[in-house]
Every structure is written in structure tokens, then in C-alpha cells.
Design a binder for this molecule. Structure first.
Ligand SMILES: [Ca+2]
Ligand SMILES: [Ca+2]
Length: 452
């Protein structure tokens, strides 16, 4: 009897997951969704309480399944949070079987069996992500985002859970958010970027949670002066302040226009956040504008040299390409280290258009050496820019790991294997040239094969 019931539950889940019961293909029947015993028990308990439902899934973030299982009230055993909508035949407001996106909360009874303990209306219509964070207090908070149609803004809901009851602590409208340890004492805070309308400037805000469960803003919001067309990536890390200590920093990589990016930085100064506009850096570039094209892969702010300080990319057109159109230009990428008082260029990097390697150009090549890329032969030639005749200084070539013929041809042409990843071999040829050729040590530190 128990087995029969379990099979029925699995069949019901298979129908729900396929979305359309009339359209079951042979493939679907042969490979039903792999639900664990626990998920099947949660689903059965939920349908017993909630009726005929369809599960809804977070589409991004760390909890992608329909069953968000987590020790939400820190009592040592897991609860489950499940997003669902009722089928129209089962909506019955009089019996509290309501329409719209719902969140079911389930817990185990003393015998270990799952049962439904609470059902609430979701704050939005389409769940996007679920993440848990303490947000500065002792108990976990669920940070749930809901996407909205035709809008870059989303609804963010902060929910706590205790005594079998969820509590929504706050609803915020955000474009992007990130949870981060700003002070460096393991206190997680919620960093949000929002823009009520496209014509208004974006606002950066920080939220924490006090012991009474109240959401508050520990630092004043900052209005961003840059014109952000679309967010690309938020990265958190550190900058170095004038006394040499590492301080928290949030980098916002954003689109200015198609194939054009820039970065806004928010520096934590101990009392709050400031942008570069009100934070003096000697020699600081006024903007980190950069372009992408078929020859220049997109780069995001990161610690490029491994010193623990964030570096911001900016494209630089190679000599000889200045008068060409943007799609035809070859670029290197300068990385700017975020050290207060002195923004330094840390490295000038060429990135393989096919993404197999990156190569740091030596300083003595600046303005003297340019490059040319041939996509068919997968070759980048660095050559002296000012001579009438092109003299190759250094050449990098790639071949597929499986392509033994190309590899033997490349080796016949005098190239040596410098490195490889799971798909690609990277070959180099270093040519003796009047102080511009590279030493073996320089080659070893300049060329990095990017994992495939
Ligand atoms: Ca628990
Ligand atoms: Ca760095």
C-alpha cells in the first residue's frame, strides 16, 4: 500500500514537471525526474495539505531545485521551503486554497515524517533566486528575489522563520544585490543597487538585521553619478587605503552602450561608502571605459595579479589600429590596481580572442610592438610597430588537443609547446630582436593558459 502510494506520488511529480500531461514523450516516461526519497516525501506532504499544485523553481542562485531544504530555524534539523501554484480546479479561497505564487513551509514531526506547517503568499509572481544569510543577526534569513516582466528591477523579500512561522522582514526593489562581509568581522550585510526608473540615477544601499529582526541601514545610501544602461557584474573585494590596510570595496561593472562597458567603485572608509568622485586618487583615471569586439573578449573587475586588491580593466588600442572602426581594432587590456593615493597600472594583458590564454606584454613593448590575429590559423603575431617591414617578435598559436596533424606542423614551424588545457594546446615562437625579445623567465610568467 505504502509503495503504491509512493509510486503515485512519483507519477504525479513526473506529470507536474513535464508541464503537460498529454505531451509525455517516450524519453520522459523512460527517465522520470530524479527525485530523492526525501523530495518525494516533501512533495507528498505538501500536496496532502495544499491540494493539486504545480511546483515553481528558482531559476538562479544556489538553490535551483523546487525543494529548498535548509535548517532555517537552527534547531539542528532541516525544514523545506517549496514554491508552487495551485491548479485552477483547486483554488478555493473559502478554504484558504488561494491562487498565485505560494510558499509552503514543511518540517518533520518527531517520527521524522514530513508535514506541512505553514503556507503564505509569495511577495512576487515569478521566483528567481533563494539565498540564506544571517544578515548580521544570529538566525538565518532567506533572501528571495522575484523577477518582474519588462523590468530590470526585481522584488527582494527578506524572510525569517521561527516557531513554525515565517515572517517577512522587508520588501525591497533592487536591480542587483550581493551579500558581503563589509567590516571583515564575518557580519554579512546586504548590498543593493536600485533605480526606480530608467531616467533616475542608481542608488547603492546597505542593509543589516538587528537582534529584534528589524532590517536597518547601517550606512547612508550613495547615489551613483554614472549612467548605467545595464548592470553586468557586481564584484566585492578590497582596495588599499593610504595607510596600507585593506578595506572593503564593491565594483559595479556595467554597460554604457552595446559592446561598451565601464566600472563604478564603492569604497568603504569605515563610516560608510564613497565613490571615486569624492575619494581622491592621484593619477586615477576618470573612467574605466572599455570596448569589446570579436578580437577583444569582455573582462570583468577582479584581482588580476593575486595581491588581494581588486583591479579594474580598461581597453587600450594597439599601435596601428587607432584609425580603424571599433569592431576592427585590436586591444590590450590595462588593469588598474585600486590603491588609494596612487592608482597603478598593474599589467597590460592580451587575451586570446578564442579565450585559450592571456599574455602579459612587457613594459618595453609599449608603443613599439603591436599585434595581428589570424582566426583561421589561430595565430597572434606580435611585431614591431614602427618599422616599414614587419618584424615578428613573438608568436602564439593554438591547436586542438585532438589535432595531431596541426600539432606536428606547428612544431615543424619552430614553435614550442607552452601549455595546454582540456581542449587546446598553446604554442609559442620567440624571435631574437634588438632588446624586444623575451627571456624564458618572462615567457613563463607572462603566458597563462585559461582553463577550458
Ligand atoms: Ca530546523
Ligand atoms: Ca590585484
Amino acid at each position: 500500500m505504502r509503495i503504491a502510494k509512493k509510486l503515485t506520488a512519483i507519477a504525479a511529480i513526473a506529470l507536474t514537471l513535464s508541464g503537460c500531461s498529454l505531451n509525455l514523450s517516450v524519453d520522459t516516461l523512460l527517465s522520470p525526474p530524479k527525485l530523492s526519497d526525501e523530495q518525494t516525501e516533501i512533495y507528498t506532504a505538501l500536496t496532502e495539505a495544499a491540494g493539486n499544485i504545480e511546483l515553481r523553481y528558482p531559476r538562479m542562485g544556489e538553490h535551483l531545485g523546487a525543494f529548498v531544504v535548509n535548517d532555517f530555524d537552527t534547531d539542528g534539523s532541516n525544514e523545506a521551503m517549496v514554491f508552487f501554484e495551485r491548479k485552477s480546479s483547486d483554488i478555493d479561497a473559502a478554504n484558504q486554497r488561494e491562487a498565485g505564487l505560494r510558499i509552503g513551509f514543511l518540517d518533520r514531526d518527531p517520527n521524522g515524517a514530513w508535514h506541512s506547517v505553514y503556507e503564505m503568499a509569495a511577495a512576487g509572481v515569478q521566483v528567481e533566486s533563494v539565498e540564506f544569510s544571517l544578515l548580521g543577526s544570529d538566525s538565518p534569513k532567506a533572501i528571495i528575489t522575484y523577477s518582474a516582466l519588462n523590468s530590470q528591477e526585481k522584488l527582494l523579500s527578506v524572510v525569517s522563520y521561527s516557531d513554525n512561522t515565517p515572517h517577512e522582514l522587508s520588501q525591497l526593489t533592487v536591480s542587483q544585490y550581493k551579500v558581503a562581509d563589509v567590516i571583515g568581522n564575518s557580519t554579512q550585510l546586504l548590498l543593493t543597487f536600485s533605480r526606480p526608473t530608467q531616467t533616475m540615477p542608481a542608488v547603492f544601499s546597505v542593509y543589516g538585521c538587528n537582534e529584534e529582526g528589524g532590517i536597518y541601514q547601517p550606512y547612508a545610501p550613495v547615489t551613483l553619478s554614472r549612467n548605467i544602461a545595464e548592470y553586468d557584474l557586481i564584484t566585492t573585494g578590497y582596495y588599499k587605503n593610504p595607510n596600507g590596510s585593506k578595506m572593503f570595496c564593491a565594483a559595479v561593472d556595467y554597460l554604457i552602450a552595446e559592446n561598451q562597458y565601464s566600472t563604478e567603485l564603492l569604497y568603504f572608509n569605515g563610516n560608510g561608502f564613497v565613490t571615486a568622485d569624492s575619494f581622491l586618487f592621484n593619477g586615477s583615471p576618470t573612467s574605466y571605459n572599455r570596448r569589446t569586439n570579436a578580437l577583444t573578449p569582455k573582462q570583468n573587475t577582479r584581482d588580476i595579479n593575486g595581491d588581494g586588491i581588486l583591479d579594474v580593466p580598461m581597453t587600450s588600442v594597439l599601435p596601428g589600429y587607432e584609425s580603424l572602426t571599433y569592431p576592427e581594432q585590436m586591444n590590450t587590456i590595462w588593469w588598474f590596481s585600486q590603491i588609494s593615493g596612487e592608482i597603478n597600472r598593474v599589467v597590460n594583458m592580451y587575451v586570446d580572442p578564442a579565450g585559450s590564454y592571456q599574455f602579459a606584454l612587457p613594459n618595453r613593448w609599449e608603443g613599439v610592438v603591436t599585434a595581428e590575429y589570424n582566426a583561421d590559423s589561430r595565430t597572434t603575431v606580435f611585431w614591431t610597430a614602427n618599422d616599414k617591414e614587419r618584424d615578428a617578435v613573438f608568436t602564439i598559436k593554438t591547436a586542438d588537443n585532438a589535432d595531431a596533424y596541426s600539432q606536428s606542423q606547428i612544431e615543424k614551424d619552430g614553435f614550442t609547446l607552452a601549455g595546454s588545457n582540456d581542449t587546446t594546446q598553446v604554442y609559442i615562437k620567440n624571435i631574437e630582436y634588438q632588446g624586444l625579445s623575451l627571456t624564458q623567465d618572462e615567457i613563463a610568467s607572462a603566458l597563462t593558459v585559461i582553463p577550458s
